[in-house]
Ligand binder design. Structure first.
Ligand code: ZN
Length: 117
C-alpha cells in the first residue's frame, strides 16, 4: 500500500502550507495524480481518513483527480493521450517507429489545491 506513504507526504506538505498561511484546519485537500502512479482511490481515502482522525482536520474532504497519460514521440514529436502505460512499449501510431516516448503528463503526484479555515 504505497498510498499510506504518499498520503503521509501529502499531509506533511499540506500542514506546512496551512501553517505558512496562518490557517487552523484543513477543509479540503485536492490531489492530482497521473495514471502511471497506479493510485487506488479507495486506499488514498482510507489513508487520508486515518491521518486526519483525531486531528483538527477531521472532517476535511479529499478530492482526487486522475490525470491522463500524455506521450510525446521522440521520433516525430507528435503528442497524444494514451489510454494505458502499455502504449509506451508500442511503436508510435503517427510515424510507425519506436523512438521512445517522453511523458508530458500522467506521471506524478501533486497537491493541487487546499482549502482551510
Ligand atoms: Zn512518432
Amino acid at each position: 500500500m504505497h498510498e499510506i506513504s504518499l498520503m503521509s507526504d501529502i499531509m506533511r506538505i499540506a500542514t506546512e502550507e496551512l501553517v505558512r498561511h496562518g490557517g487552523r484546519r484543513l477543509t479540503l485537500v485536492r490531489v492530482r495524480y497521473g495514471v502511471l502512479n497506479q493510485i487506488v482511490p479507495d486506499a488514498m481515502r482510507m489513508a487520508f481518513d486515518a491521518f486526519i482522525a483525531g486531528t483538527p482536520h477531521e472532517g476535511a474532504a479529499l478530492e482526487l483527480k486522475e490525470e491522463p497519460l500524455r506521450l510525446r514521440c521522440r521520433g516525430c514529436g507528435k503528442e497524444r493521450e494514451a489510454a494505458s502505460r502499455e502504449e509506451m512499449f508500442r511503436p508510435c501510431p503517427s510515424c510507425g517507429k519506436f523512438a521512445g516516448f517522453e511523458c508530458r503528463a500522467g506521471d506524478g503526484i501533486f497537491l493541487d489545491h487546499l482549502e482551510a479555515e
